[in-house]
Each structure stands twice: as structure tokens, then as C-alpha cells.
Design a protein around this ligand. Structure first.
Ligand code: ADP
Length: 158
């Protein structure tokens, strides 16, 4: 009997990857054989770190975890998943506003690709205040954001 690998996609901007993202990926490895961190690119958005830098940062963090891959995509997440035959999107929930936002996206994604399920992870309460926007603000203002970033990520390389 053949076994089909269970693959989940964790889409986001990861500008930069934080402790909160890392935690969701590590926790999802108990349900999924492989997790693809998919960096979505939106030409209307201004990123702090280039796509190459964001990919490299994720590679630094998960260098020793062969079940975690990093990819980039443009366009709709649902189309990206369909094109790769992937049926699971992973998302983190920090707050009730995350929930309202994610509910609409998850339901619309499912309307566009009916086999697509969104799997939600409740944020670790110690990490639920962490978000990339505030981390970027700290960095832009010369602060030290180390405590919010994965241990293996050394921002002085970027
Ligand atoms: P987006 O560009 O879609 O806002 P992000 O890169 O900020 O994406 O986040 C990607 C995913 O990671 C989202 O599901 C978000 O809820 C989740 N996430 C971000 N920060 C945390 C955190 N501190 N704890 C749990 N999940 C988080």
C-alpha cells in the first residue's frame, strides 16, 4: 500500500520570520509529514527584507529540519495549493481579529478550491503579542528585537 505524504502550506510574508511563526511550523510537524513555508509576493506591498533574504532567514532557522521547505509564490494561495496538489493551509490565531480575518479568507479559499482545508493553530500565549509589523518597527528604530526572533536567526547577517 502506498502512503501519500501529508503536506501543509504555511503562507505569509515572513518579513521577517518571528518566534511565533517558528512555533506554528514546529507544532505542525506532528500532524504533517512536510511543511512548506510559502512566501507570498504582493507587488503592492513594501517589504523590509527582500524575497531572497526572507527565504535565507527561513533556511537559517530550519536548516536542520529536512521536513520544512521554503518556497515563494505569486497570486492566490488557493491557486498555488491547487497547482501543487496540496489540501491543507496552516494559519496561526493570536486574537479574535485574526480569527475574523482568517475565517473570511478560509471560507473564500474553500469556495475557490473545495478540497482545501485551513488548519488553525492557537498561538502560544507567550508568543501571541509578537507580530512582524512591530518587529520591523523596532528594527527601523534601531531597537533590539532578538527576543522576538528565532534563536537561529542572526539579523546581523542581513
Ligand atoms: P501575513 O502577511 O499574512 O500577515 P504573516 O507573515 O504576518 O502573514 O503571518 C503568517 C501566519 O503566521 C498567519 O497565520 C499569522 O496568524 C501567523 N502568525 C504570525 N505571528 C504569529 C504569532 N506570534 N503566533 C502565532 N501565529 C502567528
Amino acid at each position: 500500500m502506498s502512503y501519500t505524504k501529508r503536506i501543509g502550506v504555511f503562507p505569509g510574508s515572513f518579513d521577517p520570520i518571528t518566534l511565533g511563526h517558528e512555533d506554528i511550523v514546529l507544532r505542525s510537524l506532528s500532524l504533517f509529514d512536510e511543511v512548506i513555508i510559502a512566501i507570498g509576493t504582493n507587488s503592492a506591498k513594501n517589504y523590509m527584507f527582500s524575497l531572497e533574504q526572507r527565504m535565507q532567514m527561513i533556511n537559517d532557522v530550519f536548516a536542520h529540519e529536512s521536513r520544512v521547505k521554503v518556497e515563494t509564490f505569486t497570486g492566490l494561495t488557493a491557486d498555488y495549493c491547487r497547482s501543487k496538489n496540496i489540501n491543507y493551509i496552516l494559519r496561526g490565531l493570536r486574537t479574535s481579529s485574526d480569527f475574523e480575518f482568517e475565517r473570511a479568507i478560509g471560507q473564500m479559499n474553500k469556495a475557490m478550491f473545495s478540497e482545501l482545508e485551513t488548519v488553525f493553530y492557537l498561538s502560544d500565549p507567550r508568543l501571541s503579542a509578537i507580530n512582524s509589523t512591530i518587529v520591523r518597527d523596532i528594527l527601523k528604530n534601531g531597537g533590539n528585537a532578538k527576543q522576538f526572533l528565532p534563536q537561529k536567526l542572526d539579523l546581523s547577517n542581513y
